[in-house]
Design a protein around this ligand. Structure first.
Ligand code: DQQ
Length: 530
């Protein structure tokens, strides 16, 4: 109904209109997946936030429900902010969320379903004794927010963690409770990292060292590592680290201090913030939700009447091959939208080639591809210093001996607009290859008021592995996964011409020396019911 209607995604969750930010309280309850989210019902910009609510049977098709919690109490008058659900042993749910009070103090509040027999959980009750937690001594009144899902302590109590900061050190406070009404602050913190600033939306969960299933939040033991994730208010990215949790002390430390929270790995090297996982007892997996904000001008959001999406939910596992990173992969249910596959086997892409794939439409796609660099060229090549960075080396237009190569998505004929998603391989002085995975927005739109950053990072590639990528294209969002989800990049893209049936897909090999062999499967994606 308006000029920007083409930006509307077909299989990414969003409310019908207005503003959304963080995912809240995701849970599987009585046969339904519930997603609550930070919602501003009055305008497509952030404001007085309430909890929006939607349910799904399959994490793909969604039904919007009434607002779950409004700003109707003194302790959440300025906003019903981010929180989490905990499932109690008897199956009942409790929610802890941050309220921004009438005086904009950040406090934690308890809420529960008014009717636990209602699988849709339409009505919520706030505990009359709220707030259950106020900022402790030494913590600024505005630096105390986003309680996690609770997990069990060795003594059988519940434990939560809440992000904060002291000066410029990001920290996560730890509390124990038996009833979610009274809490005991532990000495010290779960973890602290100097220089990282305020930690928002901290997430803390176990991950199995050997199994292919996810773990419920209270699981601990010798075969288990723990992840700490924090959303860094200073640079607006979600960082995680793998480490060891001491349940007796309530403390966690990273396996590799050089890759600590906020200075090492990110969930995603594009636009990805305020994410939250939940354990899906229905399919024994840990599922990650994230807020994908807009990167266009606020005026455009106002004229289109909505702002922000949720990323496609991803399963999280420890990467058993590297042991040093997690892998993230779109939940399998998303495959139910695949239709009309086109397959290309062993396409030889000469150095400097561009191949249109001539699909009937290319604005709703699931692309899966494998690439092999010509081995003789790689062996012949002299190694050198590798100083490549996706963001700093000129994007897909800058040519090296072994890259870039990959896809141009949401491409208009003549490449007036296109968004390359690609590998760039470099040979080091030691003869080893380094592989980078990047997404280049610099020519994604002829509009001048949209973000045109180049995103990306290194991706671990083990000896003998082919290079692989998967790309989900959905009108104005592109989610890209390298090496089965070791490195991920989410892009918001705002073409003005490469829209609907004018969007095309190209394969390219912009390397100067190597031929690349590509095998590709591309599915058209049906629209989800949202
Ligand atoms: N969004 C919420 C806060 C959280 C922030 C407010 C992160 O609870 O810290 O809308 O995006």
């Amino acid at each position: 109904s308006n000029m920007l209607g083409w930006q509307r995604p077909a299989f990414h969750f969003r409310p019908e209109k207005n503003w959304m930010n963080d995912p809240n309280g995701p849970v599987f309850y009585k046969g339904w997946y519930h997603l609550f989210y930070q919602y501003h019902p009055d305008a497509p910009v952030w404001g007085k936030i309430v909890w929006g609510h939607a349910v799904s049977k399959d994490l793909v098709n969604w039904q919007h429900l009434p607002i779950a919690m409004e700003t109707d109490q003194w302790y959440d008058e300025q906003g019903v902010w981010t929180g989490s659900v905990t499932i109690l042993p008897d199956g009942q749910l409790v929610v802890l969320y941050t309220g921004s009070t009438n005086e904009s103090v950040q406090v934690q509040n308890l809420a529960y379903p008014a009717d636990p027999s209602d699988p849709l959980l339409i009505k919520w009750v706030k505990y009359p004794g709220n707030p259950v937690l106020v900022p402790p001594p030494g913590i600024d009144l505005k630096d105390f927010r986003d309680p996690t899902t609770a997990w069990k302590t060795p003594e059988g109590k519940w434990r939560i963690t809440i992000g904060s900061k002291v000066n410029k050190t990001g920290i996560s406070l730890v509390y124990d409770t038996e009833d979610f009404k009274t809490f005991e602050l532990l000495d010290g913190v779960l973890h602290a990292v100097p220089g990282t600033g305020m930690w928002e939306c901290v997430d803390f969960y176990p991950i199995s060292k050997q199994d292919e299933n996810g773990l419920d939040t209270s699981v601990d033991g010798p075969g288990v590592k723990h992840i700490v994730k924090a959303s860094m208010d200073d640079d607006r990215n979600d960082y995680y680290a793998i480490g060891t949790y001491d349940a007796y002390k309530g403390k966690w430390k990273p396996d590799n201090p050089a890759l600590d929270v906020g200075i090492g790995l990110r969930y995603d090297y594009g636009i990805y913030y305020a994410s939250k996982t939940f354990y899906d007892q229905n399919k024994q997996r840990r599922v990650l939700w994230s807020w994908i904000k807009e990167t266009d001008a606020e005026a455009s959001d106002i004229s289109k009447g909505w702002a922000s999406l949720m990323g496609v939910p991803r399963t999280i596992l420890l990467d058993k091959k590297t042991q040093t990173n997690i892998i993230q992969w779109p939940v399998e249910e998303i495959n139910s939208l695949r239709t009309n596959v086109t397959v290309f086997k062993n396409l030889e892409l000469e150095a400097g080639s561009l191949v249109p794939l001539n699909l009937p439409a290319a604005s709703q796609l699931d692309i899966v591809a494998e690439f092999e660099l010509d081995e003789r060229t790689v062996l012949r090549l002299n190694g050198g210093e590798v100083a490549y960075e996706c963001a700093k080396n000129g994007g897909a237009g800058t040519r090296g001996a072994l890259g870039p190569f990959g896809f141009s998505v949401l491409a208009h004929e003549g490449l007036i607009e296109h968004t390359p998603v690609y590998f760039y391989v470099a040979k080091g002085v030691d003869g080893n290859l380094k592989t980078f995975f990047c997404a280049d927005q610099s020519r994604s739109s002829t509009a001048t008021d949209v973000d045109k950053s180049i995103y990306g990072n290194i991706v671990p590639v083990l000896k003998g592995e082919k290079l692989s990528m998967r790309i989900l294209v959905d009108h104005s969002i592109v989610e890209s996964f390298a090496q089965e989800g070791r490195t991920c990049i989410t892009s918001r893209v705002y073409p003005t011409k490469a829209i609907y049936n004018n969007a095309q897909l190209f394969l390219f090999n912009n390397a100067t020396a190597a031929t690349v062999t590509a095998s590709v499967s591309v599915w058209q994606m049906k629209s989800a019911k949202i």
